[in-house]
Write a protein that binds this ligand. Structure first.
Ligand SMILES: Cc1cc2nc3c(=O)[nH]c(=O)nc-3n(C[C@H](O)[C@H](O)[C@H](O)COP(=O)(O)OP(=O)(O)OC[C@H]3O[C@@H](n4cnc5c(N)ncnc54)[C@H](O)[C@@H]3O)c2cc1C
Length: 237
């Protein structure tokens, strides 16, 4: 799959949370990507200089479009928040070959997401669900509070129809009354509660802020998981 550059039209902008939006782009026929890969975006007039990387948050199961899910933070992402549907953005990709899973090799997979780090996992779960993958897949998704949970309905829908996918939400700061998910930061005890087999038999994917990645690495290593079974996507945020 070679790199492709094109000017992509934004078809739809979806509000996910007060600070996160999903941008749906028209997909050129020759633009293909794997779940877990990313693309770089740039403004055609370079109103904000440079390019930024964004993970695909949907999969090729959506044939006509691709999506990226962006958290408002600094110069580039804030400018993305001010653009409207119909706008055009320079796109290049796909990038990355290590943060993609291979269903033929990994029996059980644990996906650990902190905040907008869930974006590549939205893609992976859609891929797994659309292909009817037999692997046990557990997404553990950490957010500060309930209103910050990204794409909850969509993620929940992947658990339906007896598929081997489960999604666990953990709220670190504020839990509403009657909250049925996990409370506090994700830790090894929590992970063990949701996986069916021994922790060292699983492949672990981690994506989120640097502090989240560091803490997940400690938790996973504490369960005697081989380094080779830990795949990390570092965004430098
Ligand atoms: C492979 C890859 C995939 C990525 N995928 C995504 C994605 O799917 N969605 C997404 O939102 N971002 C993603 N990022 C991060 C993205 O590329 C930008 O770095 C991010 O949008 C910030 O750019 P900015 O211009 O808005 O902020 P800048 O002006 O470049 O950054 C300002 C400062 O804020 C810090 N910062 C930026 N974002 C955050 C944050 N969310 N939390 C805390 N500190 C932050 C930066 O480290 C920097 O010091 C990805 C990065 C990489 C390398």
């Amino acid at each position: 799959m070679g790199l492709v550059s094109f000017r992509g039209k934004i078809l739809k902008i979806i509000d996910e949370t007060p600070t996160v939006k999903t941008f749906r782009f028209e997909r050129p026929e020759d633009f293909h990507f794997k779940a877990g890969q990313s693309c770089s975006l740039a403004f055609p007039d370079r109103i904000v200089p440079g390019r930024r990387m964004y993970s695909f948050s949907n999969s090729m199961a959506d044939s006509d479009f691709f999506e990226v899910t962006i958290k408002k933070h600094g110069s580039f992402s804030s400018m993305m928040f001010s653009i409207k549907e119909g706008a055009e953005i320079d796109v290049k990709g796909p990038f990355g070959n290590t943060f993609v899973f291979d269903e033929s090799h990994h029996e059980g997979i644990v996906l650990l997401a902190g905040g907008v780090g869930v974006a590549p996992f939205m893609s992976m779960l859609q891929y797994a669900s659309s292909r009817g993958m037999k692997n046990e897949l557990v997404l553990m998704f950490s957010s500060k509070e309930e209103r910050e949970i990204i794409a909850r309905k969509r993620l929940d829908s992947y658990m339906e129809n007896g598929k081997k996918i489960s999604v666990v939400y953990a709220l670190t700061q504020e839990q509403p009354s009657g909250w049925k998910g996990e409370k506090g930061r994700i830790n090894s005890k929590m992970i063990k509660k949701y996986i069916k087999g021994m922790p060292d038999k699983y492949k672990y994917f981690i994506c989120g802020p640097d502090a989240f990645i560091s803490s997940m690495k400690i938790e996973i290593k504490g369960m005697s998981v081989d380094e080779r079974n830990i795949v990390i996507e570092e965004w430098g945020i």
